[in-house]
Design a protein around this ligand. Sequence first.
Ligand SMILES: [Zn+2]
Ligand SMILES: [Zn+2]
Length: 86
Amino acid sequence: MRLTHCVGCWCSDTRACIDETSHEPCHWLRVDRQSGTGVCSCCTDQLQAWDAGQWIWLVIWMNGPDFDVSALASKYPAGTPALGVV
Ligand SMILES: [Zn+2]
Ligand SMILES: [Zn+2]
């Protein structure tokens, strides 16, 4: 399985960051497994940008110019566990 990285802090499925308030490892608030990008629970300030599609350049950079951007429409639902469980 390919790794998914948070666009805010670049944590990933195997390297969670720790939420400063709950002291729990982060989870995905948004995740798109196909493009390998997401927004973790420590990066709520990135949610708006993500939802507005402002991270599309990163997706294209990570996946190459041939990446089918329309695949991003199939975002996984919020609350998908980030770590370990897929
Ligand atoms: Zn993050
Ligand atoms: Zn994180």
